[in-house]
Ligand binder design. Structure first.
Ligand SMILES: Nc1ncnc2c1ncn2[C@@H]1O[C@H](COP(=O)(O)OP(=O)(O)OP(=O)(O)O)[C@@H](O)[C@H]1O
Length: 239
């Protein structure tokens, strides 16, 4: 088993006229929940797109499970949930899952498993168009779980969710990680930091810290990640 699920080496991404990622290097350990935290616009989505292989990169490399990001071998092994829901509005949640299960070669038992995992079993017959934003994003997450991916990349999955649902989703991420899945999850909300096994703190396209939440706080000599983030920004941080 590869214990570095994701390896990013001197990654440069330019979007339009802007260098969004000016040369990032880091690794993501397998079987843990790694949080990618940073303010809106710092480049989290761009980095996640590079990890799943849908972002044109200027230079550097991104390796996932020992293969180049986006390569054919990774198709069934990497799940990706974007901020935009990727389910059909005019189908029910169960119909969506059955449709994607057929496309992906998954079975009815997988449909049940995924509905349960995201706590939507009681809403399976509801048409997506009538769902709340949070239910919609959980339906997209259920689709991503159909193939039991080894690496799950989630772009701000908890935006707009109430505290109970947020807690439940984080519990799900940890159950998936305990079963061996590598979970890379982004957030711009610093109070989600404590829920991660490891953190990549990001600012203006750079990783300013890469460690466990407690180690980051300890090194900064502060009690919470928000204070650590501020101190890293003021003190220059890692380059
Ligand atoms: N298609 C594009 N063309 C040019 N610039 C872009 C494009 N998409 C994003 N950007 C720029 O790239 C930078 C990083 O955007 P990105 O979406 O990766 O940030 P983010 O940290 O995920 O933000 P958020 O938390 O708001 O989703 C921003 O400055 C954004 O304006």
């Amino acid at each position: 088993m590869v214990n570095r699920a994701v390896e990013v080496d001197t990654l440069v991404v330019v979007r339009g006229s802007k260098t969004v990622l000016p040369g990032l290097s880091f690794t993501v350990p397998a079987g843990q929940v790694t949080g990618l935290l940073g303010p809106s616009g710092c480049g989290k989505s761009t980095l996640m797109r590079a990890v799943v292989g849908v972002q044109r990169v200027r230079s550097g490399s991104v390796t996932v499970l020992g293969e180049p990001a986006g390569s054919r071998q990774l198709r069934d092994r990497v799940g990706y949930v974007t901020q935009a829901a990727s389910v059909y509005d005019d189908l029910s949640i169960t119909e969506n899952l059955r449709f994607f299960a057929r496309v992906l070669g998954a079975g009815e038992d997988d449909v049940r498993r995924c509905l349960d995992a995201v706590d939507l079993a009681d809403h399976g017959d509801q048409v997506v168009d009538n769902l709340s934003g949070g239910q919609r994003s959980r339906a997209s997450l259920a689709v991503a779980l159909l193939k039991q991916p080894d690496v799950l990349v989630l772009d701000e999955p908890t935006v707009g969710l109430d505290p109970v649902l947020r807690r439940d989703l984080w519990a799900l991420f940890h159950r998936l990680a305990a079963a061996g899945t590598t979970v890379l999850v982004s957030s711009h909300v610093m109070d989600e930091a404590e829920r991660c096994d490891r953190l990549l703190l990001m600012r203006e396209g750079r990783i300013i810290a890469d460690d466990t939440p407690s180690a980051i706080c300890e090194q900064a000599g502060v009690a919470d990640i928000e204070a650590a983030f501020l101190q890293l920004v003021e003190g220059g941080g890692r380059r």
